[in-house]
Design a protein around this ligand. Structure first.
Ligand code: HEM
Length: 339
C-alpha cells in the first residue's frame, strides 16, 4: 500500500522532517556491493520492487509530497532564478508539462486528473487545490511559465537538456534541492563541462561512455541511475547559493549525535527523451534517511559501513564528507559483525 501524503514537515530551521516505517522500508538504498565506485550505472526505468516501491511508477509521489512542495515554494519565493528556461527551451518545457500531467493522472488518479479536448486542457491537482484550464503550448494561458507551473507540483528537481552537436546542454531547469551544485552557474554548459568538478570519472572514461549512451536514448525508453551523498540535518536545499546557511553544520557532527544528524541522501535520476523538442528530461528525485533509521535494517547497516569505510579519498573530499566521515564509519562499525 502506498502511504498518502502527510502534513507539512520542515527541511530547515527546526527540521521536523521524519520518515514513517513504510517510508524507511521503501527507501531506495543505493549500494549493491560492499564497495562503491563511480560507474556508468544506468538501467531501463521499468517498475521494480512491487506495489508501493519507489520504483513502481514513472514519478514517485510519497508521504513527503506536501512538505517538498512547501519547501520548493519557499526557495522560489526567495530566489526565483532557481527556475530558468532559455527561450529556445519553450517547446521542451511543454513536452515536460505533458509528460508529467499524463503520468501523474494515470498513476495517481485520486490526486491528479487531466482532460483534453484538442489543445484545451483541464488539470486538477487535489493535493494542492489547483484547478486550471489552459491552451497547450500557449504560455500566456497558464498563471506562470510552464516549467515553473509544473515543477511546483511534482517532487524532485528537473533539468531539461537541449541536444545538439552530439552533446547535451543544460539550458533549462527547476532546481531547488541540489546536492551542492548551482543551476545558475551550470546553465548553458555541456555534459562534460557541468561534470567538470567530479573526480576520477573523467579519466576513467565514464562521462564519455555515458554521453554516447544518453544521446541515443529514444522516445518511450526512459533510463534511471542512482547517485548519493551524505547531508547533515534533513536539509533539502544544499545549494552553493545557501552554503553560508548549511556549510558550517558539517562541523556539528559528534559521536553522540551522528545517528540522528547525518542523512543518507539518495537521488533517483531518470532520463526521458521528449517527443516534440528532442530534449532530454532529467529528474532528480531526492530521498533522505537518517543513519539511525537506516541501521534499523541490518543488511543496510553492514553494507553502509563497508561502503563508507572503503570510499576513495577523492570521493570523500568531493562529496564534502571530510569533516565527519570518520565519525560516520565509527558509528556504523558497531553494526558490522566482521569489524
Ligand atoms: C555529478 C548533472 C547525468 C554521473 C553531477 C553534478 C551535476 C550533474 C550538476 C554535480 C557536479 C558538480 O560538482 O558541480 C547531471 C545532469 C545529467 C547527468 C543534468 C543529465 C544528463 C549523469 C549520468 C551519469 C552521471 C548519465 C553517469 C555516469 C555523475 C557523477 C557525479 C555527477 C558520478 C558525481 C556525484 C557524486 O559523487 O556525488 N551530475 N548529471 N551524471 N554526475 Fe551527473
Amino acid at each position: 500500500m502506498r502511504v498518502a501524503p502527510k502534513d507539512i514537515q520542515s527541511f530547515r530551521d527546526d527540521f521536523t522532517y521524519s520518515n514513517s516505517a513504510e517510508a524507511i522500508e521503501r527507501f531506495p538504498f543505493p549500494f549493491a556491493e560492499d564497495e562503491y565506485r563511480y560507474s556508468v550505472n544506468m538501467e531501463p526505468h521499468l517498475p521494480k520492487g512491487g506495489e508501493g516501491s519507489a520504483f513502481e511508477k514513472f514519478l514517485d509521489i510519497d508521504e513527503h509530497y506536501l512538505s517538498e512542495m512547501a519547501e520548493r515554494q519557499k526557495v522560489l519565493n526567495d530566489m526565483p532564478q532557481r527556475c530558468l528556461a532559455m527561450p529556445h527551451m519553450d517547446l521542451a518545457c511543454w513536452d515536460m508539462v505533458e509528460r508529467i500531467m499524463l503520468s501523474l493522472s494515470a498513476d495517481y488518479p485520486d490526486y491528479f486528473s487531466l482532460t483534453r479536448e484538442g489543445d484545451l486542457w483541464s488539470w486538477e491537482n487535489k493535493l494542492l487545490n489547483i484547478k486550471d484550464q489552459f491552451t497547450f503550448g500557449d504560455s500566456s494561458s497558464l498563471p506562470m511559465p510552464p516549467l515553473d507551473y509544473i515543477g511546483r507540483q511534482v517532487q524532485g528537481d528537473f533539468a531539461l537538456l537541449d541536444q545538439r552537436e552530439g552533446d547535451l546542454f543544460l539550458d533549462a531547469g527547476i532546481i531547488t534541492c541540489p546536492a551542492d551544485w548551482s543551476l545558475a552557474f551550470d546553465a548553458g554548459m555541456s555534459f562534460k563541462e557541468w561534470h567538470g568538478p567530479v573526480p576520477m570519472a573523467h579519466s576513467e572514461g565514464i562521462f564519455e561512455r555515458a554521453l554516447k549512451y544518453l544521446i541515443a536514448i529514444p522516445v518511450g525508453k526512459p533510463v534511471r541511475r542512482l547517485n548519493w551523498t551524505l547531508t547533515v540535518n534533513a536539509r533539502m536545499d544544499t545549494s552553493p547559493e545557501k552554503y553560508h546557511e548549511w556549510g558550517h553544520e558539517r562541523a556539528s557532527v559528534t559521536p553522540e549525535n551522528v545517528g540522528e544528524k547525518v542523512y543518507l541522501r539518495v537521488e533517483v535520476q531518470v532520463l526521458d527523451r521528449m517527443p516534440r523538442s528532442n530534449a532530454m528530461m532529467f529528474s532528480i528525485r531526492t530521498y533522505l534517511l537518517s543513519l539511525e533509521d537506516l541501521v534499523t535494517n541490518k543488511e543496510w547497516a553492514v553494507r553502509m559501513h563497508r561502503a563508507m569505510k572503503t570510499l576513495p579519498e577523492p570521493l570523500i573530499n568531493y562529496k564534502g564528507l571530510t569533516r565527519f566521515h570518520g565519525t560516520v564509519v565509527d558509528y556504523l562499525s558497531q553494526f558490522d559483525p566482521l569489524n
